[in-house]
Design a binder for this molecule. Structure first.
Ligand SMILES: Nc1ncnc2c1ncn2[C@@H]1O[C@H](COP(=O)(O)OP(=O)(O)O)[C@@H](O)[C@H]1O
Ligand code: SF4
Ligand SMILES: [Mg+2]
Length: 354
């Protein structure tokens, strides 16, 4: 996204974020110039194959990189977060921005009851007394759909099922009423029914509270359900950013197209082989001069020699394409054309699915 000189009204604005790790084997450029915004009351879905830099991006937003080189700009309601001291970041984290991730067991302490942990977050950020904080913890557990919250507050994380633990982590994240929720693969470890319940829960809490949500997932089905906008990441960079229905209806980046083509379709025969994008994602330890998708890109393979040379030699910058508010980092974006989608012809009903 281009730099802006306007005063920034966005809840979260990430501009030209770069995150590099210095390792014994050399520099790993895990995120390489990513830009996006999350508005209050909206969900941005961040998608891409494993290793595309989604988690590294989310940890940068939360100020949780200790040994990485982070540059660019991350603002929360106009306040620059990069460069804040740990102490000042600590006051924001939990209070104004909170995170849930795939494995609640690593977030919930085994030696304290679930209720004590939620209450402690409240005491820490609001200075509330024990009884008020405890009451708030029970209320929050009730709000996220945990039955008998008064009793369950006195239990330990290992006494909760996977779905209940995820609910408890969401309760903990939201107990201080943050403005931004960063959710990194929050439903990946759950079965589909529980997954749907957790996504509904986040959507309901978002509506009730006007939360901005950054939803990170490798699962396009999750994105279709919950996101308003989508940023597709590839090789640590933004490939395509678009409103969700535009992205599913008519992908403009060949990588997005490949991801959509990989989705199982309703008209597939039962024994149809799974489709996948041939080849593997780039290694962030081996930077390339041109487009990171070039070795796997069917559009480049079918292009003219000069076009192919450009793909191989010049890194595409995100730019607008005709027809809607999208940005595409591709020298040869696909022309607008309806994608058959997983329903095998009908466009994906993103509005309905949400
Ligand atoms: N602490 C680290 N040190 C070195 N490389 C890392 C570190 N954390 C992540 N990476 C690398 O950065 C890339 C992006 O990782 P990640 O953001 O976790 O991907 P994903 O999109 O699957 O969440 C991967 O190649 C990963 O190996
Ligand atoms: S820039 Fe070239 S290689 Fe990269 S996605 Fe576009 S067509 Fe493919
Ligand atoms: Mg990840």
């Amino acid at each position: 996204m281009p730099p802006t000189t306007e005063p920034d009204q966005s809840l979260l604005r990430v501009h030209d974020l770069r995150v590099a790790f210095d390792t014994p084997a050399g520099t790993v450029q895990a995120v390489d110039g990513v830009s996006f915004t999350v508005e209050a009351g909206r969900t941005l879905g961040l998608v891409g194959e494993s290793g595309s830099g989604k988690s590294v991006t989310s940890l940068a937003v939360m100020g949780l990189h200790r040994r990485a080189r982070v540059s660019g700009s991350i603002t929360l309601a106009g306040q620059e977060l990069l460069g804040l001291t740990d102490r000042r970041f600590g006051r924001l984290r939990g209070r104004r921005m909170a995170m849930v991730f795939q494995d609640p067991l690593s977030a919930l302490h085994p030696a304290y009851t679930v209720g004590e942990q939620i209450a402690e977050a409240h005491r820490h950020h609001f200075g509330s007394g024990r009884r008020v904080a405890r009451r708030r913890a029970v209320e929050m557990l009730g709000e996220v759909g945990i039955p008998e919250p008064g009793r369950r507050a006195g239990e330990y994380a290992h006494q909760f099922s996977g779905g209940m633990r995820q609910r408890a982590m969401i309760a903990m994240a939201l107990s201080c009423e943050p403005e931004l929720l960063v959710a990194d693969e929050p439903t990946t470890a759950l079965d589909v029914t529980v997954q749907a319940q957790i996504l509904e829960l986040i959507a309901r809490l978002q509506q009730d509270r006007g939360l901005g949500v950054l939803m990170i997932t490798h699962d396009l089905g999750v994105v279709a359900r919950v996101a308003h906008e989508v940023l597709v990441m590839y090789g640590g960079r933004g490939a395509e950013q678009a409103p969700v229905d535009e992205l599913f209806h008519s992908p403009a980046h060949p990588y997005t197209r490949g991801l959509l083509d990989s989705l199982p379709r309703l008209d597939d025969p039962d024994d149809a082989p799974l489709r996948a994008i041939p080849g593997s994602p780039p290694s962030p330890a081996e930077p390339r001069a041109g487009c990171p998708f070039e070795p796997r890109c069917p559009r480049a393979a079918a292009a003219t020699v000069p076009e192919r040379a450009r793909c191989a030699g010049e890194s595409p910058r995100p730019r607008g394409v005709p027809g809607g508010g999208r940005l595409v980092a591709c020298h040869l974006p696909l022309p607008a054309a309806p994608h058959p989608g997983p329903s095998g012809g009908a466009p994906v009903p993103a509005e309905e699915a949400r």
